[in-house]
Each structure stands twice: as C-alpha cells, then as structure tokens.
Design a protein around this ligand. Structure first.
Ligand code: PRX
Length: 636
C-alpha cells in the first residue's frame, strides 16, 4: 500500500517518516502503483547537490500525456477534463471531455509536426487562457518537444528575451486576448518581439477575439484550418524519465530571467501526488485553480496534476472583477466548484469590495480553499475562511516555487489543523531546514532562518536552461549541500512553518516574482535617468508594491516630474510588462552606497517602509549625507 491518499494526521506522520527514512523505496511504490510506464526504471534516484545533479527514475520510459489523457479514455472518456469558462459571461462554458482532449491534443501535435517541430525542440507558447493553450502544452509533451509558456501579460521585449534564450523556432499565439472589458493585441506583441528573434520561422495563430491582424507570408498561419485538416491520432513519443518536459522562466536577482528546466517522470509523479492530497481530490470533484498557465501553479495544478488524476479542471479566461466583483463566486456556484485555489492578492482585492458579492451566491459545494504565491496576511485568511469557506472548507496555504515544480509546504486538508498565515508542515518527502547566516542549521522550534531543502524531491528543476553555473550559484552555493530557496521562514512551537518573505532582490508583487535588476535596467534606459534603485514596500492589496529611487542626469528642476514618472513606467511596461510598474517614484540626488559601491537597499527599504527612525548605523556608508535628503522627500 503506497498511501496515495492520506486521510488523517497520524497517517501523515507515518507516511512522512517513511518518505524521509527511505525516499527511494517510498517514491518507487508511488510511481509503480499510480502511473503508466512503457518501461520501469533501473534506478530510483541518484543525486549530488555539489554538482548539482539530480535524476529520478533513470532508465524509465513513458509519455506524460498517456498518463494525463490516454489511460483515462476507457474509464473516463466522456468525463469533462477541461471546463473552459470564458471571459464573457454570456459565452457558454465548454466541457471538453477526455476523449475530446485526446483528439485535440493529437491534432495539435500533428500540426506541430507538420511545421517541422521535433523531439527536443523548444516551442514558445504565448496564448491566453483558452483551450488551445492546454492543447498546445500537451501536444508538445505528446511529441517530446519542450514547451516554454510565456505569460501573455509580458511585453514584447520580455517575450523576445525568453524566445531567444531557449532558441525557439516556433511561437503559438492568438489574434488577441480578452481581459475583462479590454482586449489585448497579442499578435501585435509577438510581431514586435520577432523583430529581434531571427530564429523563429513559424507562428501559429489561434483565433480568439476576431480582430484584424496582419499575417506575415510564409511565417504566420491560422491554427484552426490546420487543426481541422490534421489527424486526431498521434502516437506518443516515448520519452526517457529525465528528458526535458518544459522550460519556465522566473525572475532572478540579475537581469536575465532564469529558464527553469523540468524533466518528465519525477515532475509527473510529484505534481500528481501533491494534487491528490493537497486538494483532497476525489472522483466527482470540479476543481478550479484561478492562476494563469503562464506560471508554475498553472502548469502543475491546472494541467498536469489534475489531468494525471483524471480530474475536471476549470480553465478560467477572465478576471475576478468582470463583469463585477462577484465573478469568482458566481462561477463557483455555476459549476459547483469543490476546490478553489487562488492568490492572496485576489482575496485582498475582493475582500475590499465587501461581502455582498459573496453572499449572493451559493458556495456550499466548496470543500477545500487554497492560496499560493505570497504570504497571506491574517485578515485576508479570516475573510476567506469566514465568507467563502463559511468555516467549513479548510484553507491550504501552499508554499512552493517555479524551481520546485510542486507544492512543498502545505496543510493537507481534513488532516493538518490549519493556522492562519502558516503553510504548516512539509509535504511528504520534503525535508526543510532553517539556516543561520553562518551556514549552520538551526535546530528546534520557535526559530527563524533561511529556508533550505536538504534532500531532493522528484520535481526539483534540474538546471537553468543553458546556464548550469548560474543554477549552482543561485541555489546550491549559499549553504553547503542544500537547496536554498531565497526565502526566510519561521518554525513555531509545534514545527509549523510560516514563510515570511524573500531575502534576495526579488520582490513579490501581487504574487508575481519581480527581480529588481531588470526593472532598474529598464528605468536606466530613459535618457534623463542616471541611476535607480527599486525596493518593495507593503501594499494593502498587492502584498508588496514597488518604490523607485531615481537619480536624474540633470537635477530635474526644469523637468515636469509627473511626466517623467509616466515615461519611466511606460518604459517598464514596454520592457517587462504592466505588472512591474512602480507605485512610487522618488527623484533623489544620491543613493546610499557601501565603500565598494554597492547600493544599500536595506536603508532604502526602511525609508520606503516609513521606518527611517530605525536605520541603524549608517556611518560606514560612502555617502551618509544623501540619506537625510532622501528621508526628507519620501513619498507617502
Ligand atoms: O517567496 C515565496 C513566494 O513565492 C516565491 C515563488 O514564486 P514563484 O516561483 O513565482 O512561484 C509562485 C507559485 C508557486 C517563493 O519563493 N510564495 C509562494 N507561495 C507562498 C509564498 N510565500 C508565502 N506563502 C506562500 N504560500
């Protein structure tokens, strides 16, 4: 018995113990009993965090889409796999069955093949939350191509960087996307980015908003006619356990985003097993994760995890505020959602609008509520618990990262007693450690430190695409023989974890990871800007917002500062995307620096957080005199 579905706390502790005392045996049993293999593995795990190198289920052969689709066809062929809820409430929802998913994925796979896509090729997916997105992702996996989904809110420059970094020859996009009342010209963004992507030879365009777009001859093709002609049968490519499945970019402390590479078998096993337990999934549930597939949460918990379990997974195209702030709750009622998984920033934004929007709908189908992406504050936690879950549906505060592939620290609903703001206990197989700044592990409870993981889990990213050195430096160099998360956490008296935030130059705004360096690079491109520094400050809805300190080349007296602020945010929107816009921009004459020339962000952070009376010793600065000037002009 492999304990695939944990039902009570004692069982959790038993299974957890088993998973850390003999991880190979534990994961071998899970893999053996719950997945379809073309060939079993020769070796369950080999690892060395000093290289770093991790391999799970080496020698095994499989195709993840056989596990997510084909094996359900006999028993669940007519069951809804993807429930598409469109942006516009008047457009009918689509129930895409497992049989239809199979046909559509095969058709898409054949279209990709007809355009020359082969095993191992990278495919850039820049699509809104429409069924074609799911088909494309799975079609890549079907033929062994590596998907690189880029969130369709990223700008043309950000898209180009990601296309070039992993050398994609093909982009799948749409004429545009719906976002509430607005439409976004996705094809226009792709066209702009391709001006600097010489490698892209083909663009496939799904029709969604029926806008007039230009199609470049011999490069751009409408997807629908190709799909209509394609065969609905496509034999899966048989992959090695460690063959790449996808690349997903995440921000880092330096300019270039990191293309996290995930491989096939371990990712599948972990995404599937966590989905089953973290959402207490049972056969007739209708599960909804409101994240975008452009993030890891969407990869693992809209597509791969749910489908590997034969679940019905909702794909929501819209936004929480359209046509009004009741949209989430109306959708829960309409589809009788059983598990609802969203981000703290969405909860805070909806809480602000009052409970009337919630009260209008019947939410009694809900049995589990989830949150992910950033720390959830106590007030938002209780609002969610009281008004959405009516204190009946446990909240799972799930902590993980793009690099992790699957949920790492989380309550198991109906098993782990929850505690507001705490992600609680490590998931099965996860061995966290808190470290002090001297590199020693902090034992015992009621302590806090830097969060590391001591032992590999099946879905750990294997490398940064094209830059293994950076992978090693970023995650395996700060603490010997451990994976460093970049987060800080505390452990309470019973061993529950609370993730308190980043310790590096990544700021989480509305659940999106933003590195300060690429934003500063963008600002510095403005001809009037000499230098800049970005820090985060607490924001009621977004969790954190961005505060920019900007030094102008001329002292700025003669310039209209409001216009400059707009121009700076415009550049950021163009280079990265609107999510990275600054809430506050303070023009300053200097930035506090160390004697080696490094900007002291700690000081800037305190000033932006209104803690200027608590700066500590600043006498070691190269230029302590600038600090007072900055404090005087701080923006509230
Ligand atoms: O700081 C942590 C925060 O989000 C970071 C990972 O971001 P990303 O790779 O975009 O993945 C987000 C979705 C999995 C983490 O390093 N984070 C994520 N979940 C939580 C969280 N912080 C606190 N509580 C969480 N539940």
């Amino acid at each position: 018995m492999s304990n695939y579905h944990i039902k009570h706390l004692e069982e959790y502790f038993q299974v957890y113990r088993k998973s850390v005392e003999n991880p190979e045996k534990f994961w071998e049993e899970i893999a053996e009993e719950h997945f379809l293999w073309r060939k079993k593995w020769d070796n369950v795990l080999s690892w060395d965090f000093t290289k770093p190198e991790v391999k799970w289920f080496e020698g095994a052969k499989l195709n993840i889409t056989e596990n997510c689709i084909d094996r359900h066809l006999l028993t669940r062929g007519d069951k809804t796999a993807i429930l598409f809820e469109p942006n516009n409430i008047k457009e009918e929802a689509q129930h895409i069955t497992y049989k239809q998913l199979h046909q559509n994925v095969c058709k898409m796979a054949n279209v990709l093949k007809s355009k020359g896509v082969q095993k191992g090729d990278r495919v850039c997916v820049y699509l809104p939350m429409i069924p074609e997105l799911v088909y494309t992702v799975l079609a890549c996996a079907r033929i062994g191509a590596v998907h690189s989904v880029v969130f369709a809110g990223f700008s043309s420059t950000a898209l180009a960087t990601r296309i070039n970094d992993c050398d994609c020859k093909i982009v799948i996009t749409s004429d545009g996307s719906f976002r509430g009342k607005k439409t976004i010209d996705l094809k226009g963004i792709v066209d702009e980015s391709l001006e600097s992507c010489e490698g892209v030879k083909t663009v496939l365009v799904a029709k969604r908003i029926q806008s007039e777009i230009t199609m470049k001859q011999d490069r751009d093709f409408w997807l629908q006619p190709l799909l209509e002609e394609a065969s609905s049968e496509c034999e899966p490519e048989i992959m090695d356990a460690e063959d790449p499945l996808f690349i997903l970019y995440t921000s880092g402390s330096t300019g270039m985003p990191k293309g996290m590479l995930h491989t096939t078998a371990g990712y599948m096993v972990y995404a599937s097993y966590t989905f089953k337990n973290v959402f207490n999934y049972t056969e007739n549930d209708v599960y909804w994760c409101s994240a975008d597939v452009g993030w890891i949460t969407g990869h693992s918990y809209i597509i791969y995890g749910p489908l590997a379990n034969g679940a019905t997974s909702v794909l929501f195209e819209g936004v929480p505020s359209y046509p009004d702030f009741g949209r989430f709750w109306q959708t829960v009622e309409k589809h009788k959602i059983t598990q609802f998984y969203t981000a703290p920033t969405a909860i805070r934004a909806l809480a602000k609008e009052g409970v009337d929007y919630v009260k209008n709908y019947d939410l009694s189908s809900l049995k589990v509520l989830g949150t992910v992406g950033e720390p959830i504050n106590e007030e938002a936690w209780h609002w969610y618990d009281d008004n959405v879950g009516k204190n009946q549906a446990p909240i799972v505060d799930t902590w993980f990262q793009t690099e992790n592939g699957g949920i790492m620290i989380t309550p198991i609903p109906y098993v782990t007693p929850t505690k507001p703001t705490y992600a609680t206990l490590p998931f099965i197989g996860i061995q966290p450690a808190l470290m002090n700044e001297e590199g020693k592990e902090i034992e015992g409870n009621q302590v806090s430190g830097r969060l590391c993981i001591k032992f590999p889990w099946p879905s750990i990213a294997r490398t940064i695409w094209g830059n293994h050195k950076r992978y090693k430096e970023t995650y395996f160099s700060a603490f010997e023989n451990k994976y460093f998360t970049g987060d800080e956490a505390l452990r309470d008296e019973v061993g529950y974890y609370r993730i308190t935030g980043r310790v590096d130059d990544v700021i989480i705004v509305s659940g999106h990871n933003l590195g300060t360096a690429p934003i500063e690079d963008a600002i510095n491109e403005h001809p009037a800007v000499a230098e800049s520094a970005i820090v985060g400050f607490p924001h009621e809805i977004k969790g954190n917002a961005l505060y920019g300190y900007v030094i102008l080349k001329d002292t700025g007296e003669s310039r209209n500062q409001d216009n400059l602020r707009k121009e700076i945010n415009q550049i950021i929107t163009e280079q990265i995307g609107p999510i990275a816009k600054l809430d506050k921009i303070q023009f300053t004459e200097g930035l506090p620096k160390t004697r080696s020339g490094k900007i002291m962000r700690r000081i800037l952070r305190k000033i932006a957080n209104n803690e200027a009376d608590n700066l500590g010793d600043i006498s070691t600065l190269l230029n302590p005199e600038v600090v007072e000037g900055i404090i005087k002009k701080v923006l509230n």
